[in-house]
Design a protein. Sequence first.
Length: 254
Amino acid sequence: MQEDINSKKLEASKASPYLIFRLVTTDDLLNIERARESGKIDRGVRMTHYVDWDILILKVLTAKHEAAQRRFSTRLSNRAARMGLEDEFFDLGATTFKTPRVSKEGDSAFKPLSMRPREADWPTIVLQSEWSESLTRLRQDACLWLENSREDVKIVLLFSIGRTARTMIIEKWENRPVPANRPATRSITTAAAPQTPTQIQAITIDSNTVNGAPLTLEFRKIFLRQAVPPLEHDFTFTAQDLSEFATDFWAALQ
């Protein structure tokens, strides 16, 4: 596995960052996690394990994969700190979350510490990024978080970075009620109204052009309570904010 990871890192800027391993049981996964903790397997990977199918998907990270969501995470943390919520806006990093059907690590994740103090508590907001032309895998990740957290994850932000041009797509995903003419799947049916993962917003940043702004992340969804003004409020990123974010991102990769 480590040899495959090393090989993938060499070609990561030109190929898919994913490795797929089949016939990986839950016991195998525990051994792999131990090997990673001991340093035998690179910690610079993100793992998704499908229990029913015994499939393990590794995403091999590079600086380019990490840069977008980490830099945006920093901006979120800074804004929370200005509201006096630096300790409350708890950074979970790439913590693993497990359900009977899937085990999943995010690129970045945050939770309100006072409302969710336990180690196993799910995040309220998750960030996923990929240095890729395709959003397919990222959207699958968004659905995994929203379907398997029993609605504990409120917002998933996706960052897709174009390889061949300086473009960035940011998508905001949430659970929304299932339309009346569409049956709910097993994974999103709850005691309340059935929910389904839904793309709420798509923002495209191309050179100095930003389409689809502003990006608003609701305070109540992240902290599980209403904001107390004037210090507390929604996280709102204007077109100018997002343009500056993208400019800083590309400058850091030069």
